[in-house]
Design a binder for this molecule. Structure first.
Ligand code: PGA
Ligand code: ZN
Length: 423
């Protein structure tokens, strides 16, 4: 038993310069856990609610109400509880809130406390966070998905697809995978420069040039991989997050200047997959296009990871619906979509039990908190995405994983699970 004696929130800035919450939890013997809350831009309709002040401060984006909820409502409820009893603490916060989407206290308030509690617990036990989350046999590093060209809601350019990622899994270690990614990123920069395209970056650190069409982004990446002397389809694979809800309206996709249906989009993806070593498609279709999702899943489920982000919002019920209806074969995991560590772990458990893969993910609005790196190792996740190999809030995740790899030792299993699905 290690009593919680203090819970404090403070308003800090995220990577977009918007306010977010940092929570500090202190226990009786002096262990402290600090955690920061991320924030999305292309959010799913059914995500847990991020409570904002909607007043004149920060153009309405202040989080003082959520911080008040932490200090005046949540703290009195959990002071004196055992910091090691994560489930009980999370359950009490969920009950205290009393809504389905945490709109009463704010998912940002609840999540900050939930994550800070787990960190304080790991400090009290004097073990790394990933071991606290996953037990002592957690020693496999996830394969990183690095978003090196940004579009959609994360950039001001003309690309509909939000994320063009490289997936370096043909390496013996996480560290080598990151080295390759960094070299490809810099080579891509030179290529863009030579072509006199803009070198500005989007929210997740990837470049954001205006291009002829979406496929051009893949062509540029292929060129960069080649020029950096890496083998496409052997060492480096590709992945997309279309975030298709953001170009879907009234049952139609507004894609590359055309108004098209889901069958057009599915054909488009099938052709891309034939042409490029694409290993996963995230949100290829809109969050409410269930029929399209079923169709696409049927066609592609044995070839690639089909990852549901907006359609599942890290929510148990949504995932179960997807499993029962043949929607996707993988789920994206974002802690702030659901709002507590316990519920996040429960969703992962359901995915595992049903043969769905899962990818731990950052948000487009981040802080330097590298919690998700420990979460990925702690849950033995095969995959993590944390943006480009550039910008402090992105590299903090990759750097933490490099540190963890040093602790657990390089592992032959790095990326090996991927061989099953290798194309
Ligand atoms: P978001 O984007 O954090 O803006 O929602 C990330 C994603 O769609 O995966
Ligand atoms: Zn997504």
């Amino acid at each position: 038993m290690e009593e919680i004696i203090e819970v404090k929130g403070r308003e800090i800035l995220d990577s977009r310069g918007d306010p977010t919450i940092e929570v500090e939890v202190k226990t009786i013997s002096g262990s402290i856990g600090v955690a920061c809350v991320p924030s999305g831009a292309s959010t799913g309709k059914f995500e847990a609610l991020e409570l904002r002040d909607n007043d004149e401060r920060f153009y309405g984006k202040g989080v003082l109400k959520a911080i008040k909820n932490i200090e005046l409502i949540i703290a009195p409820e959990i002071l004196g509880l055992d910091v090691l009893n994560q489930e009980e603490i999370d359950r009490r916060m969920i009950e205290l809130d009393g809504t389905k989407n945490k709109s009463n206290l704010g998912a940002n308030a609840i999540l900050g406390v939930s994550l800070a509690v787990s960190r304080a617990a790991s400090h009290f036990l004097d073990i790394p966070l990933y071991k606290y989350i996953g037990g002592f046999f957690t020693d496999t590093l996830p394969v990183p998905f690095l978003n090196i060209i940004n579009g959609g809601k994360h950039a001001e350019n003309n690309l509909d697809i939000q994320e063009f990622m490289i997936v370096p899994f043909g390496f013996n270690s996480f560290k080598d995978a990151i080295r390759a990614s960094s070299e490809i990123y810099h080579t891509l920069k030179n290529i863009l420069k030579k072509k006199e395209l803009t070198l500005g970056v989007g929210d997740e650190g990837g470049f954001s040039p205006n291009l002829e069409n979406n496929e051009e982004a893949l062509k540029l990446i292929v060129e960069a991989v080649d020029e950096a002397n890496y083998k496409l389809g052997k060492e480096i694979f590709l992945a997309l997050d279309s975030a298709a809800s953001s170009f879907h309206k009234d049952g139609k996709y507004f894609f590359e200047g055309k108004e098209v249906g889901s069958s057009f989009m599915i054909d488009y993806y099938e052709k891309l997959i034939d042409k490029y070593p694409i290993i996963s498609l995230e949100d290829p279709l809109s969050e409410d296009d269930y029929e399209g999702w079923k169709d696409l899943t049927k066609k592609l489920k044995d070839k690639i990871f089909i990852i549901g982000d907006d359609i599942f919002v890290t929510n148990k019920e949504k995932l179960i619906f997807g499993i029962e209806n043949g929607i996707a074969n993988s789920i994206l995991i974002k802690v702030n979509q659901i709002g507590t560590l316990s519920e996040t772990l429960e969703v992962i458990k359901i995915a595992k039990m049903n043969g769905y893969n899962y990818m731990i993910s950052h948000r487009s609005g981040e802080t330097i908190d590298s919690y998700i790196s420990d979460l990925a190792v702690g849950t033995s996740s095969l995959m993590i995405k944390a943006g480009a190999p550039s910008r402090g809030e992105r590299v903090s995740k990759y750097n933490r994983l490099i540190q963890i790899e040093e602790e657990v030792g390089e592992n032959k299993r790095f990326g090996s699970e991927f061989l099953r699905i290798k194309r």
